[in-house]
Design a protein around this ligand. Sequence first.
Ligand SMILES: *Cc1c(COP(=O)(O)O)cnc(C)c1O
Length: 360
Amino acid sequence: MDRVFNFSAGPSMLPVPVLERAQKEMLNCNGSGMSVMEMSHRSKVYEEIHNQAIALFKELMGIPENYKVLLLQGGASLQFSMVPLNLFKSSKKADYFVTGMWAKKAAAEAKRFGTVNVVASSEDKVFNYIPELDPSKFSPDADYFHVTTNNTIYGTRLTTLPDTKNVPLVADMSSNILSQVYDVSKFGLIYAGAQKNVGPAGLTIVIIREDLIGETMEGTPTILKYKIHADENSLYHTPPTYSIYVAKLVLEWIKELGGVAAMEKINIEKANILYNYLDQSSVFKGTVVPKDRSLMNIPFILPTEELNAKFIKEASAKGFVNLKGHRSVGGMRASIYNAMPVEGVQALVDFMKKFEMENK
Ligand SMILES: *Cc1c(COP(=O)(O)O)cnc(C)c1O
């Protein structure tokens, strides 16, 4: 069977050249006579891969000198706990901008360790918009301010970052890291599970400003301390070696394309192809307030449940797979991360046009 156009929200598609390179190096990576999966994480060949991955993150994201890149496990979900355990240092208070289920889950974990102030929430409308922020609701003495830059399930994104003054901004960037240019110096900490836009599941990236690394809450397990991972160059224990290797190949692929700015341009082009069609279609409808639309996850609906089901079934038969929306939103969702080519989005829109003609 040919490869399909995979619109999965995560784990999601990887660039074909990356998969081909991994395949080529499967039995013998860099003269080692073995796969990266079979290699000691203390070996020279692996250490080179590991350090290159970190260097490429720094280069592609323009990460300043006073930040550390950590390659961890546990997914973004473990960061929901690691962030408060490591950053609750003074007031043990944090501001949370609740723009989706992941943000809500992050806030719920933080509540176990300190005081959570929800500065705004869009739960009243199933998170289909980004609420206005009122800075008078911010806690000036908070240990940090948490945001989700892209809301995977609902297809919204923050188009502006809040001005949190001296309070470190912490961002869950799981579904849009490396998809658009960010000024990393605006953040105290960025975290992301790799399986949406970076590589295979199993790897979690943490980018942290050095002054935030240090003391943790009493009782914090050693493995959950940023300091131990920062001091040991993320080799305190066995890292997810194969996921890091594939992530490195993805970073090389982005670099070859021209870096994150070039990637962003392609992502805007792709999103526009789909949004422009949705905006003039008489049957398909986007579910998000236009100004807050995501470049990565695009939810849309048809007038009836029957038509939604029919569309998903027919699309799938044509090789457009994983278009079913999240159970909390319904309808469809096309996730078009970095690895989705322009042709994939164009082919989907062509198929939608045909479906519209046949089902008017
Ligand atoms: C997928 C996702 C998560 C959860 O990631 P895991 O790695 O499965 O824990 C958290 N936040 C956002 C924004 C996500 O898209």
